[in-house]
Design a protein around this ligand. Sequence first.
Ligand SMILES: Cc1cc2nc3c(=O)[nH]c(=O)nc-3n(C[C@H](O)[C@H](O)[C@H](O)COP(=O)(O)OP(=O)(O)OC[C@H]3O[C@@H](n4cnc5c(N)ncnc54)[C@H](O)[C@@H]3O)c2cc1C
Length: 500
Amino acid sequence: MGKQGINIVWFRRDLRLEDNLAVSHAIESGLPVLFVYNFEDETIERKEHDLRHFRFIFQSLLDINRKLSKHGHEVLIVKEDSDSLFLSLLEKFEIKTVFSHFELGLDFVRRRRKRLSGFFKEHNIKWVEFPSNGIKDLLPSREGWLAQWNDYVNQPIVTFPGFAFESVPVQGLSKNFGFVDKEFTGHAKQFQPGGEGRAKVVLQSFLRERGKFYLDSIPYPEKSRRGCSRLGPYLSYGCISLRQVYQAVSEAAKNPELAKNMNQYKLRLYWRSHYMQKLASEPEIEKRAINPALEDLDRGYDPELFNAWAKGETGFPMIDASIRCLEQTGYLNFRLRAMLVTFATYTLWQDWRPVADRLASLFLDYEPGIHYGQIQAQAGLSGYQTLRVFNPMAQSEKYDRYGNFLRKWLPELDPLPSGLIHRPWKLTPKEQEQYGVIVGKDYPKPVVDYDISTRIAKEHYWRLRARDEVTDYLETLWHKHVAPEKIPAYRRELNSPYMD
Ligand SMILES: Cc1cc2nc3c(=O)[nH]c(=O)nc-3n(C[C@H](O)[C@H](O)[C@H](O)COP(=O)(O)OP(=O)(O)OC[C@H]3O[C@@H](n4cnc5c(N)ncnc54)[C@H](O)[C@@H]3O)c2cc1C
């Protein structure tokens, strides 16, 4: 008897049933469908990944399975490398087509994609990969990109075709199947839980209530946790599609009370794809400066300084509170993310790559395209964007005046009054005694002198950035990554002074 002919939905960063072209095409193909998600050791072992990501993915898969199982279907969840997974499936089935979405990732994801593409060709398997997030792989220029992106986000949402289809039972497919790291199944209360259902709840609460405060809350460490959409992880793992969010927000923007906030929000959805497109167009920027002439900034790696930053033990309260908050919740607003990067790459003069890995492992919404592009932008590696080093004391004095955020994540500083909490190293011996906070014992002394280190770093950076090689490369960089109509303005701004 011949092998059973099947089609496969290979879930990647598209963990949803609705507006999922891979799912709908597979169901409509008429052949039995096998839904698959595989956790791979190659990914699990990477520095930029953390248990928090796998837990979120696992929760999202369980959510899909909850819906499917009522109708006798199930996603096969395995811990197995893609190559061996597809090989073992091939022993049992005649795989006609694999449906998936393009996964934007780092070099190891690209290499896997290339390997699989060869394997599928060799075995006469058709691989249909749908685009995601409005980005295109290896795009040479941004000519016409915005118009295509607008078309993409406005295309009709694809409805789930319903549950009346034949699926491949997953039970007993192999002894390896069904085994998933027990840790992935745990629940961590302070982290947003994964799932398509949860994504919709978060979106609705943003559109109905929280979105009214969006712009006002963005810069504040505490307020942003409620006033920002918090859709990041759901977008990153595809529990909801960019198109679904964009169209729902466009609808909400018709309400004059919400229009200003929602239009600003839509702009950020555009930035999202804009950054992702950078990595898709130039995968090398995972490892080298987007302006190669700035590759020779001699930023180093000092394990002591780096670890103090990475563990939140620098002696600068806003830096330490931000890291500890990330460790425990996976979320921080844009401003504090940028501050962490500029502190590490300017004030501590550390190389951006380990900084990027550490933060990726902390952000629940880690999305490689946005992440590496933003890290490079904040570390000043383009050679044309405004140099902005975020002063941690100024940030907390302005956006956390009474130190509520600092007190929450650094309880050791809680006894200090608001006027003293932002710069504990300025406490006199008498004050240290009075409040029971001994600097160097209860809380670290600053690892560097902020003003001196930052000034030296900026001067050094500026000297290197002002070199001809850096400006000579800009036309190439803009051609690849910037909309042609914006380039003249960038040329004009080239010599603008740097700011704090
Ligand atoms: C160094 C650094 C690294 C970052 N890494 C990531 C990352 O890995 N994943 C990620 O989703 N965002 C990243 N961001 C962008 C931004 O900080 C987060 O998207 C945002 O804080 C997430 O909160 P939210 O979902 O409530 O966002 P909202 O403010 O509600 O925005 C909605 C969505 O728009 C997109 N977005 C918002 N701001 C930006 C921006 N400045 N650039 C690009 N896209 C944006 C995100 O997809 C976000 O979820 C990074 C920013 C910096 C400075």
